[in-house]
Ligand binder design. Structure first.
Ligand SMILES: Cc1cc2nc3c(=O)[nH]c(=O)nc-3n(C[C@H](O)[C@H](O)[C@H](O)COP(=O)(O)OP(=O)(O)OC[C@H]3O[C@@H](n4cnc5c(N)ncnc54)[C@H](O)[C@@H]3O)c2cc1C
Length: 385
């Protein structure tokens, strides 16, 4: 984290920044063009030990490191490549780390932590997205001594590149999570996403016969374990957005100094300078709110509603802020190949949908909204009859 960051955090950030620049940034242009997620990025970051460092410590791992990595993925403007790395080492690895008990599950977890396997999470179906409790068209049924997993998952990232997909499926006794290997999966469609083009989001047809060992969360445990994994993805989305905003704002405020119009730098125009100052202030607020929630999660004082509130608020702030930064570049801001602004703008939009939409987040906040009858009675007189 920045600001009052310790020397250790500062050193970790600087190392992550270098690793991202070395291993991930060079992969972005081709991934954006082909829409194929580059699995070698995960292999390289895993081989550097980054995922293991993030997942040291208690049940949440090291959240300070988690947020630094996600911010740096966002700050590097990696788009889908960064999101795919994040989905692997946050959502999927969180579930593997919490649930792996059998030799096969432990093998998958260890390979995920070292980046040798790419893992991801498949929950959404054609008719079920926001309400995961209703997942049902992907089924888990007894098949001799093992299980059959059958169904179509509508959006999976990076679906076509994954070695193992964690599939939320409906068994007779409730929702479960099955680990399905790539060879039992057919890519039905590579999705034409507006942004995050390097993420390789795909529609997958799953038809697998798996052993008991592949059921990483048994019937009844699927939903709580998916919910657990999504917590980390929400943090990663918020931290990634803060990182991307830092990139956009730094580029835009540098442009304000460099670009001259009417004989003076754009910075000399008060309307532009103050507008940018407002956006910088909003982003600083977002960053500190995020750090506060993370510190609270580690200390046990932040709630799921706090985390949901930070995710939805930052995801919604990010889009207009990037749009304003794009505006500072005038016509070039709208060009795909001359500034990164247009790509940042379309990439950030999905933060309002991924790992739970705005409305799903607000429902979590609403469920924790404070009610205090004593306070109410102190301040609000009874209505005259
Ligand atoms: C680029 C991309 C990558 C993705 N990657 C993955 C992935 O890796 N794995 C995966 O499983 N899924 C993935 N998804 C799917 C994503 O998680 C879902 O799209 C999301 O959860 C919303 O579900 P839905 O599309 O079915 O929308 P719906 O649930 O149909 O919702 C439509 C709209 O209605 C709102 N809404 C729904 N219910 C309510 C309600 N009760 N009250 C108020 N408003 C409501 C929603 O907020 C939304 O605005 C991805 C999606 C995208 C675009």
């Amino acid at each position: 984290m920045q600001g009052t960051a310790s020397a250790e955090t500062t050193a970790f950030r600087s190392r992550v920044r270098k690793l991202v620049a070395t291993h991930l940034t060079p992969l972005v242009p081709e991934a954006e063009q082909t829409r194929i997620f580059p699995r070698e990025g995960i292999a390289a970051m895993g081989a550097e030990g980054l995922f293991r460092e993030r997942w040291t410590g208690g049940p949440y791992g090291d959240l300070g490191r988690s947020v630094v990595i996600s911010e740096e993925l966002g700050r590097a403007g990696l788009g889908g490549v960064g999101a795919g790395v994040s989905l692997h080492f946050e959502a999927a690895t969180a579930i593997l780390r919490r649930c792996a008990r059998t030799p096969y599950a432990i093998e998958v977890r260890e390979n995920a932590l070292d980046g040798r396997y790419v893992c991801c999470l498949a929950t959404t179906e054609q008719h079920v997205g926001s309400n995961l409790a209703e997942v049902g068209s992907t089924t888990l049924t007894r098949d001799g001594s093992g299980w059959r997993v059958r169904g179509i998952k509508w959006f999976v990232s990076p679906g076509a590149a994954a070695d193992v997909v964690l599939v939320l499926c409906r068994a007779e006794d409730g929702l479960a999570i099955a680990m399905v290997p790539q060879e039992d999966i057919t890519v039905v469609k590579r999705l034409e996403t507006t942004g995050m083009r390097g993420l390789g989001t795909a529609r997958l047809d799953i038809d697998a016969h798996v052993s008991d060992e592949a059921i990483i969360a048994g019937p009844g445990l699927g939903l709580p374990m998916v919910t657990f994994g999504l917590l980390f993805e929400r943090l990663a989305i918020a931290a990634g957005a803060v990182g991307s905003l830092e990139l956009a704002l730094t580029l835009a405020s540098t442009h304000l100094r460099r670009r001259k119009q009417h004989g003076v730098a754009l910075f000399e125009h008060q309307a532009l300078r103050l507008r940018m100052a407002d956006l910088v202030s909003q982003t600083a607020l977002a960053r500190h709110a995020l750090y506060g929630v993370i510190a609270g999660l580690s200390a046990g004082s932040s709630s799921l509603g706090d985390l949901a509130g930070v995710k939805v608020t930052i995801a919604r702030m990010a889009e207009p802020i990037v749009s304003e930064c794009m505006h500072i570049f005038g016509g070039r801001g709208y060009l795909e190949d001359e500034t990164p602004m247009a790509r940042l703008w379309r990439d950030l939009r999905v933060g309002r949908v991924g790992a739970g939409t705005d409305e799903v987040m607000w429902e979590l906040v609403a469920s924790e909204m404070p009610v205090d009858d004593d306070l109410y009675d102190t301040w609000i007189p009874e209505e005259p009859s």
